[in-house]
Design a protein around this ligand. Structure first.
Ligand code: ATP
Ligand code: MG
Length: 572
């Protein structure tokens, strides 16, 4: 491509809402453009890199025998009603009606759609296993779209669904997708980690998240250096200490004026925070109970995902409650709520409290707490579950060594769905004995557009993007330093032709611009190799420069061409 003819515009400034490097550089390099909040378009260079990622994904999926199809983004509500997700998915689902008032959504994910295809067309064990995938635009009306392509409302996803005869089949399909994902992200040049993950609203049993390591990532990961435990923070278990052997002491109400926080009451009574019990109050939609109260040791943090899982409700159905508003109905008292004296409220108690002894809890009475509160004797829960959020240095749930934490960007996730969808939607097959069996499913997603952003997050410097060769919009750029110089033009043009003939994707910067402007643009858009054709063009000499390195090397034009071909070959 001749840059004098290429549609591209770099920016010197970007809007303040672009806070993280990938968002800033993708905008500045003219790769993406924003339409409205969380909705972006891909300009020529961005589109090329996106297609490269898609192609890597496609190759690795096909290598595992998965077959590509393409379904519509428009999904009829009825399919989602069959699994109950029309309700459960909540406000993130982008809903619409046609002229006859029939309801649809723009697919946020496609389990129902693929299951529908299979139930209609598969009936014999001979047709299984199957793995179908698509690379398609997804819609999620995210509460807080941000960071450009990272959390957008329209994005490109590769979603695959496996259909097996039994659990063993699923285990194999899952492992194949896991292996394919490792290859995809390695080829994309990402430094990543596969960690155990929560299955969330999708349901099912096992799941892994593939996380590109980055300080701006929204995924928190905990891992252990003594064993191989690695999980998202929301998923990581927490091993409770052995039950206390202390004797239960008699309860005692104490006056604790103005001590509305755990820190305040602990200080007032001269206790450690771990000797207290704290309450977190929630309002819940769409259940037979309206309020829920969670109790944890005073020094612990609540893990919202564990709470939602324990209550078996969707994420959007629960929010922090206004304690004043629920006082009348439940008896709670802001800052002084304890597990005794609460009514009309679902009680969820952290598992650690069962074996703890003689804690201090709110008295459900203004300015009062109760000492020596004990689970079992003084109060009981509707649900007991691990609700704790693990933190840096907490004991590893597998081996007990202190865990470490890091952050990353979730670029992909794989799930063992089991029979959740196939049962709800009656996707059956007949086995060798003509017995009807339920199909066992897995699902596997890659955020293709998010991966593009994650790559930039890991590959940039103060001048712009540094694309890995495998996903660069072009492999090389030839910069003609002075396009008015005949020798420079001729040598640049010859090199351009030679590289194109060798199937190298190459840009020729033939623009009538100052060299400084051209060098800056080449750095900004991150082309892996630059060849400067300048003063020594008459002698057949050029400057060879790698975007990732500082210096230039002088060589002949054919030497430069050979080196570029070698680098491109190596990246394939
Ligand atoms: P998140 O926890 O980040 O909201 P998710 O777990 O809901 O993501 P999945 O349903 O697992 O996402 O979707 C598969 C992949 O699609 C994710 O691993 C991620 O890479 C990508 N993805 C999900 N939501 C978005 C989004 N809003 N913008 C861009 N990519 C996304
Ligand atoms: Mg996910």
């Amino acid at each position: 491509m001749r840059m004098s003819q290429m549609y591209f515009k770099t920016l010197r400034e970007v809007p303040a809402e672009a806070e993280i490097p990938s968002h800033i550089w993708l905008l500045r390099a003219g790769m993406i453009r924003k339409l409205v909040s969380g909705v972006y378009g891909f300009m020529p260079l961005g589109r090329r890199s996106l297609l490269k990622i898609e192609e890597i994904v496609r190759e690795e999926m096909n290598a595992k025998g998965a077959q590509e199809i393409l379904m519509s983004a428009i999904c009829p509500a009825e399919l989602w009603q069959e699994t109950g997700r029309w309700q459960a998915y909540g406000p993130e689902m982008w809903r619409l009606k046609d002229r006859n008032q029939r309801e649809f959504c723009l697919g946020p994910t496609h389990e129902e759609i693929f299951t529908d295809i299979i139930r209609n067309e598969v009936d014999s064990y001979r047709q299984l296993p199957l793995n179908l995938y698509q690379i398609q635009t997804k819609y999620r009306d995210e509460k807080r779209p941000r960071f450009g392509l990272m959390r957008s409302r329209e994005f490109i996803m590769k979603d695959a669904y496996s259909f097996d005869r039994d659990r063993e089949g699923l285990d194999k399909s899952y492992q194949e997708m896991y292996d394919a994902y490792e290859k995809v992200f390695t080829r994309c040049g990402l430094s990543f980690r596969a960690v155990e993950a929560d299955t969330g609203a999708i349901g099912g049993s096992d799941s892994h998240e593939f996380t590109a390591l980055s300080e701006y990532g929204e995924s928190e990961i905990v891992y252990c250096e003594s064993c191989d435990m690695a999980a998202t923070r929301e998923r990581a278990g927490f091993s409770d200490a052995a039950p206390s052997e202390e004797a239960m002491l008699p309860m005692k109400e104490v006056h604790t004026p103005g001590t509305k926080t755990i820190a305040a009451v602990a200080e007032y009574l001269g206790l450690k925070e771990e000797q207290t019990c704290k309450a977190l109050l929630f309002q819940v939609d769409g259940q037979e109970y309206k309020y829920a109260a969670a109790f944890l040791r005073g020094d612990r943090e609540l893990n919202m995902t564990k709470l939602i899982n324990a209550l078996k409700i969707p994420e959007h159905a629960i929010e922090f409650a206004d304690e004043n508003a629920m006082h009348e109905e439940t008896g709670c008292v802001g800052g002084f709520t304890g597990p005794m004296g609460l009514r009309n409220c679902k009680l969820i108690v952290d598992s650690e409290l069962v074996g703890a002894r003689n804690l201090c809890a709110g008295a459900c009475k203004a300015d009062h707490h109760v000492l020596n509160v004990n689970y079992g004797r003084d109060y009981k829960a509707d649900v007991v579950a691990d609700l704790k959020l693990i933190g840096d240095g907490d004991p590893c749930p597998c081996c007990g060594a202190p865990v470490k934490m890091t952050r990353g960007i979730e670029v992909g996730q794989v799930f063992k769905l089991g029979t959740k969808y196939s049962e709800a939607m009656h996707a059956y097959y007949k086995d060798e004995n003509q017995q009807e069996k339920v199909i066992v499913m897995g699902c596997y997603g890659i955020g293709v557009s998010r991966t593009l952003a994650a790559i930039v997050e890991q590959h940039h410097d103060e001048d712009g993007i540094i694309w890995p060769m495998s996903v660069a919009p072009y492999h090389a750029i030839i910069t003609i330093v002075n396009p008015k110089d005949e020798a420079q033009l001729a040598l640049g043009e010859a090199l351009y032709q030679e590289l194109q003939a060798a199937k190298v994707e190459v840009l020729l910067d033939d623009r009538q611009e100052r060299p400084g402007v051209k060098f800056k643009d080449a750095d900004l858009i991150g082309i892996p190799v630059r060849v400067n054709v300048g003063k020594k063009a008459g002698e057949g000499l050029v400057e060879f420069k790698l975007r990732a390195e500082k210096g230039t090397v002088e060589m002949t034009a054919p030497e430069a061409a050979a080196e570029i071909r070698r680098l491109v070959e190596e990246s394939r």
